[in-house]
Design a protein around this ligand. Structure first.
Ligand code: ACO
Length: 414
């Protein structure tokens, strides 16, 4: 392994150190490039730019590998709950029984059950506000509503699901349901969303398990767009609350987490228009048509997305066991089958991503479309917090890229 690379720049050799990761990724450290040569690099979309060294998760896009703190996602999904996964991401190791009990207890203590202000604020959003916009702004003001001595990370983990449920219920004219300290984290989400006036939500282990798995699969994904947003704010020493708020806004985009809502809308649209899959595949391939096959393609995965494989199994399982008769899953499977055998998608290495099947599961659980990306945010939260924390612990510098200016030269106002 070489420790330096030499660049021959107009006959002058410049030397830069090489940095290696634990799984053999390699990077050229160009932090002295401008000083040495006068040049900067130009890398739109940061397709070749490493923003930091990180030890939280690892993605190998060519081989379809995803590790959380070294553990393969396939093992985490079999052996851990979302709460254990959150602990792992935040603290670096899986919890023992005592640590897990303490973690759950601390979450239970932040239950917002007596906070009437949040409810009032929630009721005052314009009726057509998107839940992601509400969640982003509410998570920002949470900072000013926490009890003294709260651990901010735990406070966020405890309260974001409460806000999500409140947003859903307020938008649908339903009374709020309190956090129940006797229920586990994921069952609480379901109860706060779906409890009826007189009785708790009838917990179905198949649904609890499916939702827990979805949360785990979304929990972290190294330097994706929303996580990078959170890291960028952390670098400016913005509070964890405001940073998470920004992460939620970034996730909302249709090319990122918002794709889960867009996939279901696309599938419904295809069905409503006669279900001619080939017509839509041709639209996606047509450069003059802005339509893209939502839920397909990924910046890093160029072989398959391991999360998509797991999620497809979860979707099939829940739909079979609940006997959920929905033509959308059938259509999604047919669409996937045609796309993965089409030369356009093969050549461009476009495979189904995590968002292709997640909406089908949310739909089967009873979560409305405009809440899909909110559910993604609940899953991604521990990852965002871990990255925010890592930036501060590693004392990373302020993120401040450069640019190549292509505007007017200096001119005078006439
Ligand atoms: N449908 C049709 N063509 C596509 C698609 C798609 N879903 N995705 C990429 N392409 C084509 C592009 O048109 C481009 O073609 P060209 O080389 O002829 O110009 C080529 O494939 C490369 O696409 P880029 O956009 O440059 O690839 P990038 O890595 O920047 O984009 C992205 C990745 C944004 C996810 C893209 O594949 C996409 O838009 N997918 C649909 C939205 C989606 O599902 N997003 C969720 C991603 S997962 C997540 O964030 C949780």
């Amino acid at each position: 392994m070489c420790s330096i690379v030499n660049f021959n720049m107009n006959g002058v050799v410049k030397t830069f150190p090489v940095v290696y990761g634990t799984l053999h990724e390699k990077a050229i450290n160009i932090s002295t490039l401008r000083e040495q040569t006068g040049y900067i690099t130009l890398d739109p979309g940061f397709k070749n730019t490493g923003i930091a060294k990180s030890s939280i998760s690892f993605v190998d896009g060519e081989r379809g590998i995803l590790l959380y703190r070294g553990y393969p996602i396939e093992q985490i999904i079999q052996k851990c709950t979302f709460l254990e996964t959150s602990y792992l991401l935040l603290n670096g190791e899986l919890p023992n029984d005592n640590q897990l009990d303490h973690f759950s207890e601390m979450i239970n203590q932040c239950n917002l059950n007596n906070n009437t202000k949040i409810l009032q604020i929630c009721k005052n959003y314009p009726i057509n506000s998107h839940p992601m916009g509400i969640l982003s702004s509410l998570s920002c003001i949470l900072e000013f509503m926490q009890e003294e001595n709260n651990n901010n990370y735990i406070h966020l983990l405890a309260t974001l699901p409460i806000l999500a449920a409140l947003i859903y219920r307020t938008k649908n004219g339903l009374f709020p349901v309190k956090y129940d300290n006797n229920l586990c984290y994921t069952s609480n989400i379901l109860n706060m969303f779906f409890a009826k006036k007189t009785n708790n939500y009838q917990q179905n282990p198949i649904i609890v398990d499916a939702l827990d798995k979805l949360l785990i699969l979304h929990a972290d994904h190294e330097q994706n767009c929303s996580t990078t947003t959170v890291r960028l704010l952390s670098s400016a020493h913005v509070s964890i609350y405001a940073s998470i708020s920004a992460g939620i806004s970034a996730l909302w985009g249709r090319l990122h987490g918002g794709a889960n809502q867009a996939v279901i809308e696309m599938l419904e649209n295809i069905l409503q228009n006669g279900g001619n899959i080939h017509k839509w595949i041709e639209k996606a391939k047509n450069k003059k048509d802005p339509f893209r096959l939502m839920g397909f393609g990924h910046r890093i995965y160029k072989n398959f997305d391991p999360r998509a494989i797991i999620i497809k199994q979860v979707a099939e399982n829940i739909i079979n066991k609940l006997k959920f008769n929905n033509p959308i899953l059938k259509l999604a499977k047919e669409l996937e089958e045609v796309a993965i055998h089409d030369s356009y998608f093969i050549e461009k290495k476009l495979y189904p991503n995590i968002d292709f099947y997640s909406g089908i599961i949310y739909k089967a659980i009873g979560i409305p479309k405009d809440m899909f990306t909110v559910m993604f945010a609940l899953g991604r939260l521990p990852g965002w917090i871990a990255h925010w924390k890592e930036m501060r612990l590693n004392n990373e510098p302020l993120v401040r890229p450069r640019q190549i200016y292509v505007g007017y030269r200096k001119r005078n106002i006439v």
